[in-house]
Design a protein around this ligand. Structure first.
Ligand code: HEM
Length: 411
């Protein structure tokens, strides 16, 4: 039964609408089949496991037979130490603290908000650059270039190097989403070359910033000494690569899923045009309703753990289906309805617990600005394909293209 449902989740035929499978899965909140992972699909159980110190995120704890075919192994493959996403305490906490010192409260409470005018300009420039309003591919023309540009500005990548950075990011993102028709050997070769070039580029930039620090995040990470020590060049490289990779495809998909959902809910789109503040609850509801990270497939139990009467033995692989928890009727009333007016939208779309999304304030701001500006500036937008073609990836799920038409672009 589990095997069948797992295969169904992975089956591309279900990519446009995996939610009926999750509904089926929730009937057995802890699914397990022979050699497969333990699959957890209900809200409260997922949240409790995300807060459980007996669950490891460290890839080195994954049983080799259980290694997840979908997990993103970029940092391991590039021989960099794993970014803190794949570390357990105390290393995780130390690295996250050192990075957060230059990103959020208490030391840098204004970093994200100060980026608002710049983000607004980037969004405006991308909308101005849209070619033919009667045939827009929102992914290519807007959602895809936006987050990479933002990470470049955050890290302090010089403008003249941004195009090269985009190319590496695109190659790495494509390697996360295998095209079944592409030659896997070629793809892996391209991805490892991109990783190497990106690594070398960042190493050069770090060296330069150590000598001539600016007010960008990379300079600050490279030069700050705190009670946690100073980041080594390898730690800096893996952190910068993590910020790029973790914030790329996820933000692309949030914005694209967002526009798709708004076009399917024209009353909400209409309200957003005149009430830009509605972007805040819209983005929260999107993170619940169409979360870009559908599941977390790379957790391991460090002890025997009981969940809903089932003992999950030490050393087991867990799959936590965030997108299913977000549609759990035990937690959310009428969960299959997109409703930004819900009084309480405490979703799992950005994770929970010690690994909860580091970039959350930036991701939220990017999506809020993007959707409110698209709603304001596109005149009479409509979908040209519904459902759109999706990417292969079942974990980082989202449309590969979103073709829309509009009557014009407002200033
Ligand atoms: C809509 C966009 C985004 C979504 C849906 C998203 C989602 C997530 C989720 C679900 C996790 C938890 C992973 C786990 O528990 O294993 C996570 C962690 C993380 N995210 Fe995001 N993310 C987004 C954007 C970003 C951005 C823009 C950045 C960087 C600026 C970022 C950086 C990170 C990092 C570094 C972690 C690891 C945190 C840790 O291990 O302590 N994310 N994200």
């Amino acid at each position: 039964m589990t095997q069948t449902l797992l295969h169904q989740i992975l089956d591309y035929a279900n990519r446009a609408d995996p939610y009926p499978i999750y509904e089926e899965l929730r009937k057995t909140p802890v699914h397990h089949d022979a050699d497969g992972p333990y699959v957890i699909s209900t809200y409260y159980e997922i949240r409790s496991l995300l807060h459980d110190p007996r669950i490891s995120s460290d890839a080195r704890n994954l049983a080799s037979g259980n290694a997840d075919p979908l997990a993103e192994p970029a940092s391991e493959q590039s021989a960099l130490p794993p970014g803190f996403l794949r570390l357990d305490p105390p290393e995780h906490d130390r690295m996250r603290r050192m990075t957060n010192r230059h990103f959020g409260p208490p030391h840098s409470p204004h970093r994200v908000d100060q980026m608002r005018p710049e983000l607004h300009d980037i969004v405006g420039g991308l909308i101005d650059g849209i070619g033919d309003p009667s045939r827009i591919d929102l992914v290519e023309e807007f959602s895809y270039p936006f987050p990479v540009t933002v990470i470049c500005r955050l890290l302090g990548v010089p403008r003249e190097d941004e195009a090269r950075f985009h190319t590496w990011a695109d190659t790495l993102a494509a390697s996360l989403d295998p095209d079944p028709d592409a030659d896997p050997a070629e793809r892996d070769k391209g991805a490892s070359e991109a990783r190497m070039q990106l690594g070398m580029y960042l190493a050069g930039l770090i060296e330069e910033r150590r000598k001539n620090p600016g007010d960008d995040m990379l300079s600050q990470l490279a030069t700050t000494k705190s009670q946690d020590g100073q980041m080594t060049t390898m730690e800096l490289l893996s952190t910068a690569a993590l910020l790029l990779i973790a914030g790329h495809e996820t933000t692309v998909n949030l914005i694209t899923n967002g526009m798709l959902t708004l076009l399917r809910n024209p009353d909400v789109l209409q309200r957003l045009k005149t009430e830009p503040r509605l972007a805040v609850p819209i983005v929260e509801e999107l993170l619940r309703f169409e979360p870009p990270v559908q599941l977390l497939p790379q957790r391991t139990t460090l002890a025997d753990i009981e969940v809903r009467g089932v003992t999950i033995p030490k050393g087991s692989t867990l799959w936590l289906i965030l997108a299913s928890g977000n549609r759990d009727p035990q937690r959310f009333e009428n969960p299959d309805h997109f409703d930004p007016d819900r009084p309480d939208i405490q979703h799992l779309g950005l994770g929970s617990g010690i690994h909860s999304c580091f970039g959350a304030p930036l991701a939220r701001l990017e999506a809020q600005l993007a959707l409110s500006e698209l709603a304001r500036r596109l005149d009479n937008p409509r979908l040209l394909d519904d459902p759109p073609p999706y990417r292969q990836n079942a974990v980082l799920r989202g449309p590969r293209h979103l073709r829309i038409a509009c009557d014009g672009i407002r200033p």
